[in-house]
Design a protein around this ligand. Structure first.
Ligand code: MG
Length: 395
């Protein structure tokens, strides 16, 4: 800290990069050369950093490809252009890169965390997660963040000598959230303090991505209208501007302009407010970011208020809309009946899942299997087990 008082470098770093493409890392960025610890030691790659290798492993994983058939909000894809978990992940990773680059954080690490952040998601989004959390209550617990760690540490098979992808601790740490503390069979990075700046950027970008693309999807689906947004701070002004373009431009372009400007406002504010904190507190190392009382990455108070209002608006008017809620209930029934059916009649399970019973317990092996399913595989398994009248047919 004392050094940065004499040197202008912390302030320089705090000002952001503008159009600078040279990409030097700030002193508070994590560096793969001095981090990058893995559960199973590996020789360094001749030209790829440890975090770049993690990104490659995540993108090439089976769990990553399955994200394309997992739901973001719509349980049933009514059309091919609504978001799914894969496109959500890519939009979040895109925003992550922009923010990490401007702040001088390690883009490769931040992007790896963003690409991995939803690997533990169940079929049908949070509906599936709620069912498995309930089913696993007396068997160790369940949530999608910790399940993501199970995916990258235990469930992917890519190497003859060990399970999982053998990712760096910094990437694994980025996938963990506070309050997710059920047993994990291999050592877990310490997340008692704040997580790295890179992990915080991936988190914030995830939220910027879903708030905006869910609004976009809800407007596209006609569940929300521009008129409904007028009362909201910031977004209301943008909606009003968009409405001002009477008839000259197609509805879709109006909506897209509004969403695009909203993302830009949130991203720009997040970069500026985070930078201000870094400069004011002279945060000059990754340790200084971890030692803070709260997250360093965050919006200004004004935009933070707007974010909260937009989020509660989405919960009220979209996520809990009868049309969405009905599908959510149906989806919960599908996941519940699959779990119960597999538990009662394990013969229906693939041999590989039954082979894990002794090691993990029956419930955990089934939870891992069901959590890994895509929406459409869950529905087809439902039909296979329960016949043509299966619950999945109503989705
Ligand atoms: Mg997400």
């Amino acid at each position: 800290m004392s050094e940065s008082k004499k040197s202008p470098s912390a302030k320089e770093q705090g000002r952001g990069r503008g159009l600078d493409e040279s990409q030097p890392l700030a002193t508070f960025a994590l560096r793969s050369a001095t981090s990058g610890h893995r559960l199973h030691p590996e020789e360094p790659h001749p030209y790829r950093t440890a975090f770049q290798r993690d990104r490659g492993r995540i993108v090439h994983s089976t769990a990553f490809r399955r994200l394309q058939y997992k739901t973001q909000v719509f349980v049933h894809l009514e059309a091919d252009h609504y978001r799914n978990r894969l496109t959500h992940t890519l939009e979040g990773a895109q925003i992550t890169r922009i923010i990490a680059r401007q702040l001088g954080l390690n883009q490769d690490l931040a992007e790896s965390v963003a690409l991995a952040h939803d690997l533990g998601h169940t079929p049908f989004g949070h509906a599936g997660e709620r069912v498995l959390a309930e089913a696993m209550l007396d068997h160790g617990g369940f949530d999608h963040n910790r399940q993501g760690l199970r995916v990258v540490d235990l469930l992917e098979r890519r190497h003859p000598d060990y399970l999982g992808l053998n990712l760096c601790d910094e990437t694994r740490e980025g996938m963990l959230k506070h309050g997710s503390n059920w047993a994990h069979p291999v050592p877990i990075p310490d997340v008692s303090g704040q997580r790295s700046g890179e992990a915080q950027v991936a988190d914030a970008s995830d939220e910027i991505a879903y708030l905006n693309h869910d609004l976009d999807d809800a407007l596209r689906a006609g569940i929300l209208t521009l008129e409904m947004l007028i009362e909201l701070p910031i977004l209301g002004d943008l909606a009003q501007q968009a409405q001002g373009h009477h008839g000259e431009i197609p509805e879709e372009v109006r909506r897209t302009r509004m969403i695009s400007e909203m993302i830009d406002i949130l991203v720009t504010d997040l970069i500026a407010a985070t930078r201000d904190r870094i400069v004011a507190e002279e945060l000059d190392s990754p340790e200084a970011i971890r030692a803070r009382t709260g997250k360093v990455v965050g919006f200004s108070p004004r935009v933070e208020r707007a974010r909260r209002e937009i989020k509660s608006f989405l919960f009220e008017r979209f996520y809990n809309h009868p049309k969405v809620a009905l599908r959510t209930q149906e989806a919960e029934k599908v996941v519940k009946s699959l779990f119960d059916q597999f538990l009662a009649a394990p013969d229906h399970l693939p041999e590989g899942v039954r082979a894990r019973f002794d090691e993990t317990g029956r419930e955990r092996a089934i939870a891992d299997y069901v959590a890994g399913m895509t929406d459409r595989f869950a529905i087809s398994e439902q039909t296979r087990l329960f016949g043509a009248e299966g619950l999945g047919n109503s989705l």
